[in-house]
Every structure is written in structure tokens, then in C-alpha cells.
Design a protein around this ligand. Structure first.
Ligand SMILES: NC(=O)c1ccc[n+]([C@@H]2O[C@H](COP(=O)([O-])OP(=O)(O)OC[C@H]3O[C@@H](n4cnc5c(N)ncnc54)[C@H](O)[C@@H]3O)[C@@H](O)[C@H]2O)c1
Length: 274
């Protein structure tokens, strides 16, 4: 929990769907506790537009370095590829980091050691899934099988490296089709913008051999995640049917809400759930 200044200064890297929603929410809901200090986006029109649309006159549209210098807590809401660079700069300066593109953390596990070395924290919201409290509890006993099955409309998977690697087109999917079954690292490689929740599960329960199944379902209007776990503590099944976030079919609205809930918890005197 960042406590270096009375009012925690927050910087946002990535001013798209999630970054934009969080910026507005911090500004209106975390008054007297936190303040939006700086915005950075690879595409400057995004950060400039966000500043203007929220009338955030005191917020700096900054370079990544300036943003880190001004912030106690940096929110990454950019991309899996952005994570190593952003995280290194933030953690080396002893600042806390909230990561949305969790796949980028999984690919760069040295970042956790860097946080330890510099005495700061990495926050990972539950994102588009629920059940992490129970899953982390179950992981303290033996888990035999752990499976994540994700169903999305083909258009929500457009642009993923999967299509080029497999030489297929998402437009050609006319019936429910299993696109991929395998390990989390390969799932993140093939669908970096669609399956961050698999990385969250793998990081939460690292000693378990998670399996991921990605299914394209034409006409599906929700992003569906099903988690099944069986082991010494019993059997668990969680199913989320998420409405896509306005403006981005790849991102579930629940992912935005989950980051808001985590931010709220950081500044609350009560902590609910494990
Ligand atoms: N953890 C979860 O459950 C979960 C759920 C949904 C989305 N996500 C991830 O969160 C991230 C943000 O999602 P979104 O819906 O806001 O995406 P978005 O495409 O709407 O916005 C991303 C923004 O980041 C900017 N950007 C891209 N690369 C950048 C970089 N290297 N440096 C700075 N800015 C960069 C883009 O220009 C864009 O403005 C994505 O990586 C997405 O996959 C995670």
C-alpha cells in the first residue's frame, strides 16, 4: 500500500478503455486519498484526449520517466509488451505498480524479485474472473487439475497473433471452434489481449500445471471464463459471463470494475476476502 505521501499520486500508462475509466474514477471517487498526477500513452493523442475529456487541468501528460518521477503508484493499462519496460522503470524507483496486462508479468518473473529488492509492491487485480480467494486457499493443499476455458466471439479475438501463426482468418469461423488447448505461456503468446486471466491464475497458483482452452463462438455477446479445479480441498467451478467493456470487445467490463475495487481496497480501513 503506497503511503509515501498523504495524498497518493497516481500515474496511468495506457489511456485506452481501462486507463480512461480508471482516470475518471480516481478523479471522482478517491478524492482526499489519491490524485491523478500523470498520463502516458504510446499514442499521445490518447493521453491528450483523456486529459481534455475529463478537464484534468493539473494532470501532466508526460513521458514515461516523468510519469514515474511524479507518481507513488503507477497503473499499467497498456499491453503485454509494455510491461517489462514500464515495470522496470517503476520498481527501480521504488514505486508501486498495478498491472492489468498480467501476461507481461508472467513472461518476466524477475520483476517480482525487483519489487522485493526495492521494497515496493505489485498489485494484480482479479480482472475478468472471480474465485481467486478460494483458489489461493485451495492451493495451500494439493491441486490435481486446473483448467481455464474461455469462450469469446471470433471478432473479440481479431488481431491476435494466433490467426497469422495458424494461417487462419477469424472471419472464417462459422461454428463453435476450439482454437487452442495448452499451457498458459503459449495462450498468452497467441492471444495476448484476450487471456490475461490465465496469467493471473498461473501467478496466483504457480505450482499448478494450468491448462487453457480457447473457444471461438460466433454470435456470442459475452466473454465467458470457466475455471475448474479439483484437488485435496474438493472441487470448484467458477463461471463468469462478462459483458464486454464499452468500446473494446476484447476487454470485459468486469476487468475495469475489478481494478476500481482493488484501488478502493488499497485506501480502505477494512479488507474483505482473502
Ligand atoms: N487482467 C485482466 O483481466 C484484463 C482484462 C482486460 C484487459 N486486460 C489488459 O489490459 C490492457 C489494457 O486494456 P484496454 O482494454 O484498456 O486496451 P485499449 O486497447 O483500449 O488501450 C490500451 C492503450 O494503451 C496504449 N499503449 C499500447 N502500448 C503501449 C505502450 N507500450 N506504452 C504506453 N501506452 C501503450 C494504447 O495506445 C492504448 O491507448 C491490455 O493489455 C489488456 O489485454 C487485462
Amino acid at each position: 500500500m503506497p503511503e509515501k505521501r498523504t495524498v497518493v499520486q497516481i500515474g496511468i500508462v495506457g489511456c485506452g478503455t481501462i486507463g480512461g475509466e480508471l482516470a475518471g474514477w480516481i478523479h471522482t471517487h478517491l478524492k482526499n486519498k489519491a490524485m491523478l498526477a500523470a498520463l502516458y500513452d504510446l499514442n499521445p493523442s490518447q493521453s491528450n484526449h483523456l486529459k481534455k475529456s475529463l478537464s484534468l487541468t493539473s494532470v501532466l501528460v508526460a513521458s514515461l520517466e516523468q510519469l514515474v518521477a511524479k507518481s507513488d503508484l503507477v497503473i499499467e493499462a497498456a499491453s503485454v509488451e509494455a510491461v517489462p519496460l514500464v515495470a522496470k522503470k517503476v520498481l527501480q524507483e521504488g514505486k508501486d505498480l498495478l498491472v492489468m496486462s498480467v501476461g507481461g508479468l508472467l513472461q518476466n518473473q524477475g520483476l517480482v524479485a525487483l519489487a522485493q529488492e526495492h521494497g515496493c509492491r505489485i498489485y494484480i487485480p482479479s480482472g475478468a474472473i472471480g474465485g481467486l480467494d478460494a483458489i489461493k486457499g485451495a492451493a495451500l493443499s494439493k491441486i490435481d487439475t486446473a483448467l481455464l476455458t474461455t469462450r469469446k466471439a471470433p471478432e473479440a479475438l481479431a488481431g491476435a497473433p494466433y490467426w497469422e501463426e495458424k494461417q487462419k482468418e477469424w472471419q472464417s469461423i462459422s461454428e463453435e471452434t476450439v482454437l487452442f488447448e495448452g499451457e498458459v505461456t503459449e495462450a498468452i503468446h497467441l492471444f495476448p489481449k484476450n487471456i490475461n486471466v490465465s496469467a493471473t491464475l498461473q501467478l496466483a497458483v504457480p505450482d499448478v500445471d494450468w491448462k487453457v482452452k480457447m473457444i471461438a463462438v460466433p454470435g456470442l455477446r459475452r466473454n465467458i471464463h470457466e475455471i475448474q479445479i479439483e484437488g485435496e480441498s474438493g472441487k470448484m467451478v467458477f463461471r463468469m459471463e462478462n459483458i464486454p467493456a464499452p468500446g473494446n470487445p476484447k476487454t470485459s467490463y468486469l476487468a475495469v470494475l475489478s481494478a476500481k475495487a482493488l484501488l478502493e481496497e488499497m485506501f480502505s480501513s477494512v479488507r474483505i476476502g482473502s
